[in-house]
Design a protein around this ligand. Structure first.
Ligand code: PLP
Length: 404
């Protein structure tokens, strides 16, 4: 008789954004004329940059010609993309990463969710609290956690690293030593960043204890402060203890195109076993490569003109972030993030839970954000707004919130 993976039954409720969607639909049914502005889900709104569109068109035409047609992509990605990533994202920043260590994929969500497969089921994980839910949920599915405790809103056997106002939403080193440590900076949802010396402490800690850091740098392109590291490989020794995830989604508007990559250095070993061949084996067995057309579009992101256009787009979103940050702060909200990250993290007004604030904001301002509690118990009494809306909607949303 077939049996289900009962670990799935440990997962409470539905995915955060499905819950939000459900609430919006209910509200819309009751208020069919409501003009709702969505600053909740972290999806981009600006069109793909012209230089990337040009590369897409060119690659599509190549597919229609026998001489230039491409079938299955190489498992780990086309050399033209892997080499430009290694050069521009890493070697130009003095990070010693080779093109062979770049694994191209269709996005960071899959990679962050799948990476746990190459680790033993008895590894103990540590996550920030609040956290991007994929890290925890994928480990729950794999049976790497205990049951969910509804009152604490936590899973047993997970080390939660509190990210609070007091520590500037940057976790302290844990006393209880984890095997796998998920870090994400610039952070979703808090918009916090980690300074290089702080990240170096985590790298030193991981090397001392034989832990592996799973570093999600999906938002590195939003860093403007030169003191903030873009990659964990800017830290000494990170090649021996860290895997890094990157995404083209927020960097170049690829949320719908789908492209990302993971870096697994060849020096990274666990119990004497290199992880690079394991991830290569996993990738080769379960994945057939990101589409040629999309990888050519990814390559265009690194061209001179592509870079200029993409940077302009990021500047546009960061101006939205400034408008939200300044607008809310000047009307008395306690806000953080939004400077080197496209997320603004605010404290809900006194005595209001994050879901209560969600309802108030929807009803009184017609603005949708994301309740902090959806990212873990540490997110309670907080709320996330994204800078990914259009300028017009962002300005209008801030005006409406200020009038509440
Ligand atoms: C922290 C973080 N990592 C990864 C992702 C997923 O990126 P992708 O679109 O490449 O799957 C997101 C998307 O919102 C994210 O916030």
């Amino acid at each position: 008789m077939a049996k289900v993976n009962r670990n799935y039954l440990k997962l409470p409720g539905s995915y955060l954004f499905s819950m939000i969607g459900e609430r919006i639909r209910t509200y819309q049914k009751q208020h069919p004329d409501a003009d709702i502005i969505r600053l909740g889900i972290g999806d981009v709104t600006q069109p793909i940059a012209p230089e990337i569109i040009r590369a897409l068109h060119h690659a599509v035409d190549e597919m229609g010609n026998a001489e230039t047609f491409r079938g299955y992509a190489p498992d780990l990605g086309y050399a033209f993309l892997r080499s430009v990533i290694a050069e521009k994202d890493y070697r130009d920043r003095n990070c010693e990463i080779s093109e062979e260590e770049i694994f191209v994929s269709d996005g960071a969500k899959c990679d962050c969710g799948n990476i746990q497969e190459i680790f033993s089921a008895d590894n103990r994980i540590a996550v920030c609290d609040p956290v991007y839910p994929v890290y925890v949920d994928s480990n729950v599915m794999a049976g790497r956690t205990g049951v969910y405790e509804p009152e604490a809103a936590r899973f047993q056997d997970v080390i939660y690293l509190p990210c609070t106002k007091e520590n500037g939403y940057v976790p302290l080193l844990p006393k209880e030593v984890p095997d796998l440590i998920y870090l994400c900076f610039p952070n979703n949802p808090t918009g916090a960043v980690m300074k290089k010396e702080n990240l170096q402490e985590w790298v030193d800690y991981a090397r001392k204890h034989g832990s592996v850091i799973l570093y999600d740098a999906a938002y590195e392109a939003y860093i403007s402060d030169p003191e903030i590291p873009h990659s964990i490989y800017e830290c000494e020794g990170a090649r021996e203890c860290a895997i890094e995830f990157r995404s083209f989604s927020k960097t170049a508007g690829f949320t719908g195109l789908r492209l990302g990559f993971t870096v697994v250095p060849k020096d990274l070993k666990v119990e004497g076993t290199a992880l690079w061949p394991l991830w290569a084996r996993r990738h080769g067995t379960k994945y057939n490569g990101a589409p040629y057309i999309i990888q050519r579009a990814g390559e265009a992101v690194y061209s001179k003109e592509g870079r200029r256009q993409v940077r302009e787009q990021i500047a546009y979103y960061m101006e939205n972030a400034r408008i939200i940050y300044d607008g809310l702060r000047s009307s008395g909200y306690e806000v953080s993030g939004g400077v080197n990250a496209p997320y603004i993290w605010l404290r809900t007004p006194e005595g209001m839970t994050s879901w209560e604030f969600f309802d108030v904001l929807l009803e009184q301002a017609g603005v949708v954000g994301t309740p902090g509690a959806g990212f873990g118990p540490g997110g309670e009494n907080h709320f996330r707004l994204t800078a990914f809306g259009s300028r017009e909607n962002t300005v209008e949303a801030v005006e409406r919130i200020r009038k509440m």
